[in-house]
Design a binder for this molecule. Structure first.
Ligand code: CAA
Length: 388
């Protein structure tokens, strides 16, 4: 079975290191597209939980007639959970590292991987915020190293950002792009290795901005979330999405991005507070909202509640960071729009939504925020072309 193009001729065996939310999903879609996959983690219990999630997801796809039961069993059988790293790397053509976002941990993982991987193995990282150039320097092969950033849930989101590091060979960029296509996903090339790449440069600051709005605007979380869903056309509210992504992921991404560029996000203390108290969102049962133990749960949001709030501040920050990406040649306007559609499920062009709210209002909002809260909010020069 193959949902993408075809498995790449030189890549048959994939090893995914790290079996969390992203790792197990990447393993699953690789197996769904004909690759033999080893899923590696440091303890059996993590792998058991990952394989249960894969089974749940495959059952959902069967329920929805996307695949049949026989195909589901075949896909499941193509994924081999392994703890021993040496065994996990014996025959690997492509390594996909999906361990937590901590450079010290990644350094440890790559120093172990380097002991066992064959010379021909290509390395890739699913990092969402750490610079590819920095990670690749920790390995024996920066020329054969590429960023492949998938989105949660990898089984459903079509986008993969492809990020070359400073020393990545062009042939490896091509392999990365073609591998993504072979998974039936859409690659978008991130021309510069900037903090947050494309989507997280927009998404992470939005979570913080929504927390400022919650603090100052006297509205409830579901009112703010409903306005984001029904007026900004995101498929989830922003607090809902933060819980779904994981407050641990968001907190670590914030720290990494902010330490490298103060212009990328205006951190709100609530994120650190939730992280420090172990409230990671859906996965821990508590975050902005509280959850039961179902695999997949949604927060009830409504158009009625959306009427109670104007998300102009949240929208203005999203548009301003999108404009920054374009001004700084990280990607084109078309790529930003496509990345937001495929990576965050936004149903309308962001700059079109901006037009409906009015660019004068957006720039005024940013100017007021800049006066009160500093240069993070300074309107990007690119926005001026919209208000002219
Ligand atoms: N596998 C299979 N099926 C799944 C699934 C999975 N992993 N996850 C959810 N589903 C199923 C659900 O169970 C549901 O099934 P039922 O209809 O039987 O209930 C079905 O998919 C559709 O779910 P919804 O009815 O909730 O519909 P939706 O249209 O909202 O789609 C969604 C769900 C695709 C998750 C959508 O809400 C979405 O795109 N949300 C935004 C996700 C996003 O922004 N991701 C990026 C986060 S940032 C990131 O990942 C980067 C980073 O580095 C931090």
């Amino acid at each position: 079975m193959n949902f993408g193009v075809l498995p790449l001729p030189n890549i048959n065996n994939i090893t995914v290191v790290g079996s969390g939310i992203m790792g197990h999903g990447i393993a699953q879609i690789s197996a769904m597209n004909g690759y033999d996959v080893i899923l590696r983690d440091i303890e059996e219990r993590f792998l058991d939980s990952a394989m249960n999630k894969i089974r749940w997801s495959l059952d959902k796809l069967v329920e929805k007639n996307k695949i049949n039961k026989q195909q589901s069993d075949k896909i499941y059988g193509r994924i081999k959970p392994i703890v021993d790293l040496k065994d996990a790397l014996v025959d690997t053509d492509l390594l996909i590292e999906a361990v937590p976002e901590d450079l010290i941990l990644k350094k440890k993982v790559y120093s172990e991987v380097d002991q066992f991987a064959q010379e021909s193995t290509i390395y890739s990282s699913n990092t969402s915020t750490l610079p590819i150039s920095e990670i690749s320097q920790l390995t024996s092969r920066p020329e054969r190293f590429i960023g492949l950033h998938f989105f949660n849930p990898p089984q459903l989101m079509k986008l993969v950002e492809v990020i070359p590091g400073a020393r990545t060979d062009n042939s490896i960029v091509d392999v990365g792009i073609n591998f993504v296509k072979s998974l039936g996903k859409d690659p978008i090339l991130c021309n510069k290795d900037v903090p947050g790449f494309i989507v997280n440069r927009i998404f992470i600051p939005l979570v913080h901005e929504a927390a400022y709005c919650l603090e100052s605007d006297g509205k409830s979380m579901t009112q703010i979330d409903s306005s984001v869903k029904f007026k900004m056309f995101l498929p989830m509210g922003i607090f809902e999405l933060a819980d779904y992504t994981g407050l641990d992921v968001i907190y670590k991404a914030t720290v990494e991005m902010y330490s490298r560029d103060k212009k990328v996000v205006n951190p709100h203390p609530k994120i650190e507070e939730l992280f420090s108290s172990g409230k990671y969102g859906k996965k821990s049962g508590d975050g902005f909202y509280s959850y039961g133990d179902k695999n997949y749960e949604r927060i009830p949001l409504s158009e009625e509640e959306a009427k109670q709030y104007d998300p102009i501040r949240i929208l203005s920050v999203a548009i301003n960071n999108a404009a920054w990406l374009i001004s700084n040649n990280v990607c084109t306007k078309e790529d930003v729009e496509l990345a937001l559609k495929l990576g965050m499920g936004i149903k309308k062009d962001l700059f079109e939504i901006g037009k409906e709210f009015g660019y004068e209002k957006i720039i005024n909002t940013l100017n007021q925020l800049q006066e009160r809260n500093g240069s993070f909010y300074a309107p990007d020069p690119y926005l001026k072309s919209f208000s002219a």
